[in-house]
Design a protein around this ligand. Structure first.
Ligand SMILES: [Zn+2]
Length: 146
């Protein structure tokens, strides 16, 4: 395999993805981002609970500092795609919620909060939000832009 990336100095990567570490969702999420959102190249950041890297202290301070240093200063990042998913262990799993609607609403609220914090921390940044749901009977993953 041949790489033509330059590893010295600054180089441009338009998009950063912030997603959870959960192995059950990751290949489907990256396929969705490639096929549906047409994003072929990206920096990949993984943190349990994805949006929690930004909404939760003390993670926020370290994560935003690293995102600015690598994403903005080194790679001239212009966009972040934040992906949360259903039955996330960082949220206590599906059992932490009384209904699917409550679970989805909690994730969307956190995604929106992460977007707001990111936009105020990195002026001009474009933020897209994605949620991956899971049908437990079929174990099929459903992914959509929030
Ligand atoms: Zn998770």
């Amino acid at each position: 395999m041949e790489f033509d990336f330059k590893f010295k100095g600054k180089h441009h990567c338009h998009t950063a993805i912030l997603m959870c570490v959960d192995f059950r969702f990751n290949s489907e999420i990256l396929k969705f981002i490639s096929d549906e959102l047409k994003v072929a190249a990206y920096d990949l950041w993984a943190f349990p609970g994805a949006a929690k890297a930004i909404t939760d202290e003390p993670a926020r301070e370290l994560f935003l500092a690293k995102l600015k240093a690598v994403g903005v200063d080194l790679h001239s990042m212009e966009e972040v795609i934040i992906v949360n998913h259903a039955d996330c262990g960082a949220y206590g799993g599906r059992k932490a919620f009384s209904s699917l609607q409550e679970e989805t609403a909690a994730h969307k609220k956190d995604l929106e909060e992460a977007k707001r914090l990111l936009e105020s921390s990195i002026p001009g940044i474009k933020v897209r939000l994605v949620y991956a749901d899971l049908d437990e009977e079929t174990e099929k993953v459903f992914i959509d832009v929030v």
